[in-house]
Write a protein that binds this ligand. Structure first.
Ligand SMILES: Cc1cc2nc3c(=O)[nH]c(=O)nc-3n(C[C@H](O)[C@H](O)[C@H](O)COP(=O)(O)OP(=O)(O)OC[C@H]3O[C@@H](n4cnc5c(N)ncnc54)[C@H](O)[C@@H]3O)c2cc1C
Length: 492
């Protein structure tokens, strides 16, 4: 993990300054209180938080940032801490800034179909607040009960329904952001387009490295009147992969198109009794939503394509309860993994859909090579893989093996024309894989953007962008006579 090394703790001076701008109940400094913030959902990386602050408004955030700038203290923004790449993991002698108290829904405008919310509002709470107007917020990460919209924006979160409705970037209209030099920026607009450079898109997915988001306007869309899901079983995984490609190629955009392999099915079924075929090599869940006629048409067309592609069995939900039951297995895949293995490591990469079967075959081979089981449960429609590598952290070097396995999958994603993350971000987890994905020239451009907003490198340092030295050590950077070509670039 790349951290800012400091000679000594700036504790007393920092605490004194923070107490002048924050009420006592907004500052946690006792290790017992800061322990819950030592990691996000990537629990294998831990760092005890030095100080945690929980500001109640934007003015307090600005005051904290000003103190940190003066005392040269790194800041790690934090939403609910459900991130899977270590984005909210504290840095040594840094301060964690939690948005937990910024949890108000400021406005739901049913006429404009927008909601204005603070960053600490939970994803699902937005849809709950809009439900009485027949509206909802579409991006639905499986963690939506807990994760915050601020964290979603910082990670450009996705979910089952993002194939049809887009990722966070397609559903956020405007954000208010405070930068390290104390400026407040209004990015985007509630209108269809905003003039000027599209800085909103630059901030979305920037993993808390450019500024702290203090207010967000999201799009709301009408809740579809009907939704139905098909569960299709396949005896061969390649045929399931082919069916996915066929559905998209025929111009259908399902509301969700997910795949689970046999290990996942057998892991989940005893846990939730979703009605999955435990003898299938893979199942697909294909959903359609809209008005009843559209849904009936999509379901008929998708059923035909699935049968033509070699499905051995189809179940179509006839009631809302049955639809939710069929989804319950997919939605509970991560907790189910926790029941069969002491630890699991969730990999997140994307590939073009046409390579799905080749990738699954390669993962099976790697599973043998590393001696670790791997369950595949993923957003097949957009080629976003989530191999869950099962391991026991109590066994020596088991996590190192799991990480090497994950890194090999991600390198293959890049080789197949995909990317090293679909929705979970880079954080500290995928710094090495960034050296595989990008050349020095692209990394330089990332540094330049980071420097433009945070020349002190105080916001979430050591995350998301690998140092050139790191890439050089991996043999991914050109070093001439022991000298990097751009020694002036920050080493983070
Ligand atoms: C069981 C489970 C299922 C999941 N399923 C999905 C899924 O389907 N799709 C998906 O995309 N992700 C999924 N995730 C990952 C995670 O929930 C998302 O990345 C989510 O967006 C993180 O939100 P959070 O509030 O927990 O943010 P955190 O984990 O607290 O932080 C994430 C990043 O955002 C930054 N950040 C947080 N708030 C702010 C702010 N106000 N301003 C600037 N930066 C900020 C942090 O510094 C950090 O870099 C899952 C996680 C779990 C545990």
């Amino acid at each position: 993990m790349e951290i800012i090394a400091r000679q000594s703790t700036p504790g007393p001076e920092l605490l004194k300054a923070l107490r002048k701008v924050l009420p006592m109940h907004c500052i946690l400094a006792d290790p017992e209180d800061t322990r819950p913030y030592e990691c996000d959902a990537l629990t294998t990386y831990k760092q005890l938080a030095f100080i945690v602050v929980l500001p109640e408004n934007e003015t307090q955030i600005l005051a904290v940032m000003s103190i940190c700038r003066e005392l040269n203290i790194p800041i790690v923004p934090r939403g609910a801490g459900t991130g899977l790449s270590g984005g909210a993991t504290p840095v040594e002698f840094g301060l964690v800034l939690s948005t937990a108290k910024l949890n108000k829904i400021l406005r739901v405008d049913a006429y404009a179909r927008t909601a204005v919310v603070q960053p600490g509002v939970r994803n699902l709470a937005i849809s709950d607040a809009a439900a009485s107007s027949g509206l909802y917020y579409a991006p639905d990460p499986s963690s939506q009960l807990a994760c915050t919209i601020g964290g979603n924006l910082a990670e450009n979160a996705g979910g089952v329904h993002c194939l049809k409705y887009g990722l966070t970037v397609h559903n956020v209209l405007r954000a208010r952001v405070v930068t390290m030099d104390g400026e407040v920026l209004e990015l985007g607009s509630e209108a269809l387009d905003a003039p000027g450079l599209d800085l909103l898109s630059v901030f979305i997915g920037s993993e808390g490295m450019l500024g702290i988001v203090t207010e967000i306007t999201v799009k709301l869309i009408p809740k579809p009147t009907t939704a139905q899901v098909i569960m299709a079983s396949f005896k061969q995984i390649e045929k399931a992969g082919e069916a996915v490609a066929q559905i998209i190629a025929r111009g259908i955009i399902p509301a969700g198109l997910e795949m689970m392999d046999q290990i996942s099915i057998r892991m989940v079924e005893p846990f939730v009794n979703a009605g999955y075929d435990i003898n299938a090599a893979a199942i697909l869940l294909c959903e359609s939503d809209g008005n009843p006629e559209e849904v009936a048409d999509d379901i008929a067309r998708m059923s035909q394509i699935l049968m033509d592609a070699g499905a051995s069995e189809l179940t179509v939900s006839n009631t809302e309860a049955q639809r939710l039951k069929l989804w319950s297995g997919r939605k509970n895949a991560f907790p189910a993994a926790g029941r069969i293995s002491p630890d699991y490591y969730c990999v997140d990469g994307t590939i073009p859909r046409k390579h799905l079967s080749a990738m699954l075959k390669a993962i099976a081979d790697m599973s043998e090579k590393y001696g670790l089981a791997c369950a595949n449960v993923f957003h097949a429609g957009d080629g976003n893989l989530h191999p869950l590598i099962l391991f026991d952290a109590n066994q020596e070097s088991a996590f190192a093996k799991a990480e090497a396995f994950g890194a090999e999958i991600l390198a293959l994603c890049v080789a197949m024309g995909g990317t090293i993350t679909g929705e979970h971000g880079v954080g500290i987890e995928k710094l090495n894989s960034m050296c595989v994905q990008f050349q020095e020239t692209e990394l330089r451009a990332f540094y330049a953007v980071k420097q433009a907003f945070d020349p002190w490198n105080l916001l979430n340092p050591g995350k998301a962008i690998p140092s050139l030295h790191r890439c050089a050590e991996m043999g991914r950077m050109h070093v001439h006579q022991g000298q990097l070509r751009f020694p002036d670039l920050p080493r983070f």
